[in-house]
Design a protein around this ligand. Sequence first.
Ligand code: NDP
Ligand code: 2IT
Length: 450
Amino acid sequence: MPYIHNTITGLMASSPAQSEFYQAVEEVLESLEPLLEKSPHYRKNHIIERMVEPERQIMFRVPWVDDNGEIHINKGYRIEFNSALGPYKGGLRFHPSVNASIIKFLGFEQIFKNALTGLQIGGGKGGSNFDPKGRSDNEIMRFCQSYMSELYRHIGPTTDVPAGDIGVGAREIGYMFGQYKRLTGRYEGVLTGKGTLWGGSLVRKEATGYGCVFFAENMLKSQGDDLKGKTCLVSGAGNVAIYTIEKLYQLGALPVSASDSSGTLYDAKGINLAHLKELKEQKRVSLQNYLEQYPHAEFVPVKDYPEDGHAVWRYKADAGFPCATQNELTEADAKALMTNGCNCISEGANMPSTPEAVEVFLRNKIHYGPGKAANAGGVATSQLEMSQNASMQQLSFEQVETRLKEIMHDIHQRCSETAKEFGQPHNLVLGANIAGFRRVADAMIEQGVV
Ligand code: NDP
Ligand code: 2IT
């Protein structure tokens, strides 16, 4: 359709060099074709032109001093993309690869993901090109305090509520919350993923990984199957990967891999979860150290990856859970997964599969749960944290997990019913994009040209 081409060309001219952002926009717009034909009023209201332009983009300097007294300057971002459905909501990513394109693609995805949860949350994202690797706790604290010294003036429990993402977990949220409270004097639910001692929700830590496995279980159950006894590949070794592995074990599956920025770990007997947590949550060291305790396992360093992809996707398995980062699963990886009999992919990460890989999954009609649907359990549980903070109540672990399970079931239902409505029942990319878009677009139209 010419309007897709025109929109992308327009973005390339007005926001140059943002390839991940164009990729995310293109995927959504392609799915919307049948909806736009059926409902021309979305075009008439210029909803797409409005949606691809963030409501507000905040960029700032983050100066900090390391343990040796050296001064460092990083870039800070917060993109407040769309507030039609509620306060801006989305994580903060601290990783050296962060730039405006990465934050914009994540913010754009977040709009539709948050809409799919059925909850009242708008879309936003932020972060910094700060590299936390090898930094002491004190350096992390000083960085977080400096970052919040600017961010605090833009956020609030009913305006914009950040959370974690890559490189931002409970430790960083704690330091940022402390600084926010010091600057404003207010103890309020301005961040989610907080420690459970001071306002955090039970299950928030586990929510993205658990939710991603629930989503896979929902896809399989729709055809009378489940995860029990299935061999599963998981990439990543952070928050999402660890709790994906935990829930896979709880449902009787066998997760055999993990990966990090140093390489891929494969343990045919099943990844030892307690040891994985010790290495990555406590010691914060490379996965390669797993071999010291479990020498039967295999470790493939990044330099030995196939030229056209990633070692983790080249093992035989029934299901795959990409839980590391964007574009970590290529067309060649997807083809290898298909050849090895994999028929289910549930994305814990944001946009982990390249467009060509997604094409392979759709062509093969496997169970494919795109990130904006499959990993929405994290942000949904963040919203449960906001609601507990606002009402000054605390739900039990079981209560939150039950809600999470229901929400993931409902997201799957919304995506698959929408996919059926448009005559492509297996295509949850189309289902997720249209269902998410429609909710946001309808709210925008009702709220006028703002
Ligand atoms: P973490 O920082 O906890 O873990 C990220 C993991 O991925 C680490 O093992 C890291 O390796 C690896 N990784 C990150 N970037 C790269 C890269 N460029 N190359 C190779 N490996 C990499 O982050 P999360 O688990 O929170 O996030 C993982 C994914 O899930 C991201 O796409 C995020 O956007 C998405 N997501 C997260 C949610 C959340 O609630 N946290 C919610 C929804 C989606 P190493 O250990 O070496 O650093
Ligand atoms: O990508 C995501 O959905 C997240 N990083 C979680 C966002 C949140 O606000 O919990």
